[in-house]
Design a protein around this ligand. Structure first.
Ligand SMILES: [Ca+2]
Ligand SMILES: [Ca+2]
Ligand SMILES: [Ca+2]
Ligand SMILES: [Ca+2]
Length: 439
């Protein structure tokens, strides 16, 4: 659910900042705390999330910096502890090396079990160079993360991550994308997506979906219930379409050739960001929001659009290239803003009981800065209406060319929102934490 591209992944970074845009690190003595990793190219803010590591009721902030230089290693995930004064303090580094921190996902157990998070190290691979690895940190075993590995050199296992309960057993399952995996020479770099079932994430029971002649998969993954049976479903970016596989209680065994749901669109970049949104049209099915961050709008390339598609039961195909009754709304961004480069959800702010839709636009101009990046929190009561922006919260980057909104991640309550800006200040990178309830 985040914007990342293979082209920019090693070329980007920005400045550290905290609550409501106030810098929490950087400058003065605190530079010493940061050490050598906060140099140009660190790309802090490529990924991240909020997790209460020590269970004291206050979430730690975890931020990926895949370009950080830590001795001879490159990459890591940095953990910042909240302090009494509301500021953050760098407390530890997770898994230095191998471009760790390129991806991150929360793991939230619907059954109230362990929960945790997972981080991707796309360039890892002992013995299998660049195959990629993922480390899953689960409550109760945080000292001993589960290590999952890609199969083949250049797979980039861990490029994308998501979590949901796809077999309905109350334990969150972990989904890992490897977009450069080749099942066979004829399916060269068509990608793969792997599902590891919780709570063990045992590799012997994992399910593998492989890209097909029609669809390259593994760049983008989302989960959530879209067919109304109460079990999370799996949504993948394919080629000019999104593929949906309905979760099933007991055993989840999808086949890439037989998706339950297909959403087609020729909009450029369609599917690189996907999120399951709450039911806004009151038909009891959740909706699917799909970003097409490079879509041309009114002749302007790279403007970007978000398509809000009705959920529903049964096997179905939605074709957005023609007028479709399943399309609730198409929300277009500002000119050349790459609107829809990241998607997420946040707490209900307008009181209708439905979460709001969070949309990143990494190339948006603000009133002060060119191409700084913007994040919109679109209210559920307005997102499918005539002017979704009229009641939206707007969060702006505070420097030019920082890719503010490269990722967006809310905490479990949805009230805190973390936003990455990995190209801030010469690709040093940065992140911002917002308390949405106070805005
Ligand atoms: Ca499960
Ligand atoms: Ca479902
Ligand atoms: Ca609905
Ligand atoms: Ca709402």
């Amino acid at each position: 659910m985040t914007y990342r591209s293979a082209v920019t992944m090693f070329a980007v970074a920005v400045a550290l900042a905290g609550l409501a845009g106030d810098p929490v690190l950087g400058g003065g003595n605190q530079e010493n705390v940061l050490g050598t990793w906060h140099a140009p190219g660190t790309t802090l803010g490529m990924s991240g999330g909020l997790f209460d590591l020590d269970q004291d009721g206050r979430t730690e902030v975890l931020v990926g910096a895949p370009g950080a230089r830590l001795g001879r290693a490159i990459g890591g995930v940095f953990v910042f502890d909240p302090r009494e004064n509301g500021k953050l303090r760098l407390s530890q580094t997770l898994q230095a090396g191998d471009s760790t921190g390129f991806s991150y996902t929360s793991i939230r157990d619907p059954g109230g079990g362990k929960g945790g998070f997972a981080i991707g190290a796309v360039n890892a691979g002992r013995g299998v160079p660049l195959s990629g690895q993922v480390f899953a940190y689960l409550r109760g075993d945080l000292d001993q993360p589960v290590r999952l590995a890609g199969e083949v050199t250049f797979d980039r296992f861990g490029f994308s991550l998501a979590s949901g309960d796809l077999n309905g057993d109350g334990a969150a399952d972990l989904v890992v994308g490897a977009p450069f995996h080749s099942l066979s020479p004829s399916l060269y770099q068509k990608g793969a997506v792997y599902v590891f079932f919780g709570p063990s994430l045992d590799t012997s029971t994992r399910v593998k979906l492989s890209g097909t002649a029609t669809d390259t998969i593994g760049f983008s993954i989302a989960t959530g219930d879209v067919n109304g049976d109460g079990v999370d479903d799996l949504l993948l970016e394919g080629t000019s379409r999104v593929l949906g596989f309905y979760g099933t209680k007991g055993a989840f065994s999808p086949s890439a050739n037989l998706p339950d749901l297909i959403i087609k669109s020729s909009a450029t970049g369609f599917g690189r960001a996907i999120v399951v949104a709450d039911d806004v049209d009151d038909d009891s099915y959740n909706e699917v929001a799909v970003g097409a961050y490079r879509a041309a709008v009114a002749g302007a390339n790279e403007t970007g659009s978000v398509f809000l598609v009705k959920g529903g039961g049964g096997t179905r195909t939605v074709d957005l290239n023609v007028a479709s009754p399943s399309l609730l709304a198409r929300v277009d961004g500002l000119r050349a803003s790459q609107f829809g480069s990241a998607l997420g959800t946040a707490a209900d702010l307008d009181g209708d009981g439905r979460r709001e839709l969070v949309v990143g636009a990494v190339h948006a101009d603000s009133e002060r800065y060119r191409s700084t990046g913007r994040v919109w929190v679109l209210k559920s009561t307005a997102v499918a209406g005539p002017d979704p922006f009229s009641t939206a919260l707007v969060l702006d980057g505070d420097a030019p060319d920082m890719h503010f909104g490269a990722f967006v991640a809310a905490d479990a309550t949805g009230r805190q929102l973390l936003v990455g800006a990995p190209t801030e200040r010469g690709n040093r990178g940065g992140f911002y934490r917002f308390d949405l309830a106070n805005r």
